[in-house]
Design a protein around this ligand. Structure first.
Ligand SMILES: NC(=O)c1ccc[n+]([C@@H]2O[C@H](COP(=O)([O-])OP(=O)(O)OC[C@H]3O[C@@H](n4cnc5c(N)ncnc54)[C@H](O)[C@@H]3O)[C@@H](O)[C@H]2O)c1
Ligand SMILES: [Mg+2]
Ligand SMILES: [Mg+2]
Ligand SMILES: [Mg+2]
Ligand SMILES: [Zn+2]
Length: 547
């Protein structure tokens, strides 16, 4: 090929990219019809026509390019695909289109590489509920007298806990459920006022030896609740142990595994304490099925014919939503009078009978803030055992932006910018408002939204490389919240920090062939609750720079 031919082709590519970038659908279509090879050509920094159209929000050009067979998986020199670019620049409808059209399994407004499984506080399943055993009274009573069985005790729904300082002295002492053996709760079990609930068995692989023996090797857990304070009849050996009054916020101090156990136990026990009489006839009831049923004792009661939901524990579904501004860069948060000063949270409300999750989101947002909602996307859920809610966390995209607050329900609602939200998550009381604690799903939703979007192009490359590195290593964990904040600082040229959790620091050092000292790390309490290290980011770091 001569240099004249080269430049003629280059010129044509340049022209094509320019039309795509400016959104000139007619010119783009004409050029494709003459030379379909243009579709995947790239110019400076590896940008294709699709990427440029995605950058500038030209939906019709994108549709035409894809219809003609353009490859949407190509990445530019920064590793961004057209999807990444559309999302980054806030063209969510285009990102959604690029994600949904074809075989990419990206849900509309969810992050591309994250699983949608719940990771919220109170949601961890430490026990296998083994609901089939609830009707096996022989098995249940054998488990109740087995020496391995664990009992946790509540008094008026407050769990009995103990404080145990962690071995690592950089972490605050945590509250732990006090695990009683059968002998220590004998008297409490004999008390007729005590409600007993079978929670499940510890999750484990059944070992061959336990299968051979008569015993199944399963460690069962039961929860007890009493109205009268049972402290005197309990055998307690630990010195610092007590009933944990004031569930909010004290229950948020348990470790994640135990929070999940308390979510189950407290909800079922709260149901027993509220539904001691038959809701159908007002008669007396008895506890059945390992504490998962109350059966009416009145002959002929309608609740005894067929299956009635009045006999089983109740759950109240609540929608809680992060409302996103149509520009993609702000979110709507509100505050109730009862909130601590300066705190704003996601809007929330009970689902009403005969309502879908999506319609409840639209109705509650409209009622409380006057904002109309278009697409709704489920993100994650959280059991909230005060007493028995199921928080259903969603993203909701606003169609209107004027706010009209319903003063009966909330005190204030405002649009907050991405930067204000990052400040609230990272800087605490130096920010313009404060967030609910990390254990609340409102916090999780907001963090999820922030993590999903890196704030500036300058940092994109570094972030992508670190992300790639963390994916290559599987368990290497770079906290995205910290990374987001750190890259803001890079952008502001103040300093450049990268944060890794303590548990994965050694892996990072191995990857870079440096010692921790050479990295110059500093200990840090990450906002996500982990202890972490920061170090100065340097583009000369060998393996990262080669990405
Ligand atoms: N609003 C928030 O910012 C927020 C944030 C996090 C968690 N939550 C929790 O979400 C739940 C629901 O939020 P909300 O209070 O804003 O709901 P909401 O907006 O539906 O308003 C609450 C009112 O709904 C009525 N209601 C209807 N069904 C109810 C039921 N099953 N139980 C109790 N009241 C019922 C009551 O009159 C109550 O005062 C609450 O438990 C709250 O603690 C709220
Ligand atoms: Mg409401
Ligand atoms: Mg509400
Ligand atoms: Mg409501
Ligand atoms: Zn009845």
């Amino acid at each position: 090929m001569t240099s004249v031919q080269m430049s003629a082709k280059d010129e044509m590519v340049e022209q094509f990219l320019d039309y795509a970038s400016r959104g000139d659908l007619a010119k783009v279509s004409t050029m494709i019809s003459h030379s379909s090879q243009l579709l995947n050509e790239s110019g400076r920094q590896g940008w294709t026509a699709l990427m440029l159209a995605a950058r500038n929000g030209h939906f019709d050009v994108i549709k035409a390019l894809l219809l003609n067979g353009c490859n949407k998986y190509l990445a530019n020199k920064s590793g961004q695909t057209a999807y990444d670019i559309a999302k980054f620049w806030g063209h969510r409808h285009i990102a959604r289109f690029l994600a949904s059209n074809g075989d990419v399994t990206l849900p509309g407004i969810l992050p591309s590489n994250k699983s949608t499984e719940t990771e919220t506080y109170f949601s961890k399943e430490y026990l296998n509920r083994m609901s089939d055993k609830r009707t096996d009274s022989e098995w249940l009573s054998a488990k109740q007298s087995s020496p391995e069985t664990v009992f946790i005790v509540f008094h008026n729904l407050d769990p009995f806990v103990t404080t145990e300082p962690e071995e690592r002295n950089d972490i605050q002492p945590q509250l732990k459920l006090y695990r009683f053996g059968g002998d220590s709760v004998k008297e409490v079990l004999e008390n007729s006022d005590t409600v007993v609930v079978f929670l499940g068995v510890e999750k484990q692989e059944a070992s061959p030896s336990s299968l051979v023996s008569n015993k199944d090797g399963l460690i069962a857990w039961f929860a007890l609740n009493t109205k009268k304070n049972p402290t005197e009849s309990l055998k307690v050996t630990a010195s610092n142990s007590f009933f944990l009054t004031n569930p909010m916020p004290m229950l948020l101090m348990l470790n994640e595994d135990e929070a999940g156990i308390v979510a189950e136990a407290r909800s079922v026990l709260a149901w027993h304490s509220r539904y001691s009489f038959c809701p159908t006839c007002g008669g007396k009831t008895k506890v059945d099925e390992g504490g998962y049923k109350r059966t009416c004792l009145t002959d002929g009661c309608r609740s005894l014919q067929g299956i009635h939901n009045t006999c089983y524990p109740r759950v109240d579904p609540v929608v809680i939503m992060l409302v996103l501004h149509p520009d993609g860069n702000r979110c709507l948060l509100g505050r109730k009078k009862s909130f601590p000063q300066g705190m704003f949270s996601c809007l929330a409300g009970f689902i009403e009978p005969g309502e879908t999750i999506e319609n409840a989101v639209r109705r509650e947002v409209l009622e409380e803030s006057g904002v109309t909602i278009g697409p709704v996307q489920y993100v994650s859920s959280q059991p909230w055992p005060m007493p028995s809610s199921l928080m259903i966390g969603c993203f909701a995209v606003a169609l209107s932006t004027d706010i009209k607050v319903d003063k009966n329900e909330i005190e204030d609602a405002r649009w907050f910018t991405r930067q204000e939200v990052i400040d609230a998550l990272v800087k605490g009381n130096q920010a313009v408002f404060s967030m609910p604690p990390r254990q609340a799903i409102a916090h999780y939703l907001v963090k999820h939204w922030i993590e999903d979007s890196t704030p500036c192009v300058y940092d994109w490359v570094s972030y992508k490389r670190l992300e790639m590195l963390s994916q290559m290593n599987g368990s290497l964990y770079l906290c995205p919240l910290e990374a987001t904040a750190a890259f803001q600082n890079v952008h502001n040229r103040s300093h450049s920090f990268v944060c890794v959790h303590a548990s994965s620091l050694w892996q990072l050092c191995a990857e870079l062939s440096v010692t921790q000292k050479e990295l110059g790390t500093e200990g840090y309490d990450c906002d996500c609750g982990s202890s972490a290290f920061t170090f100065k980011w340097s583009t000369t770091m060998p393996q990262m720079a080669s990405g």
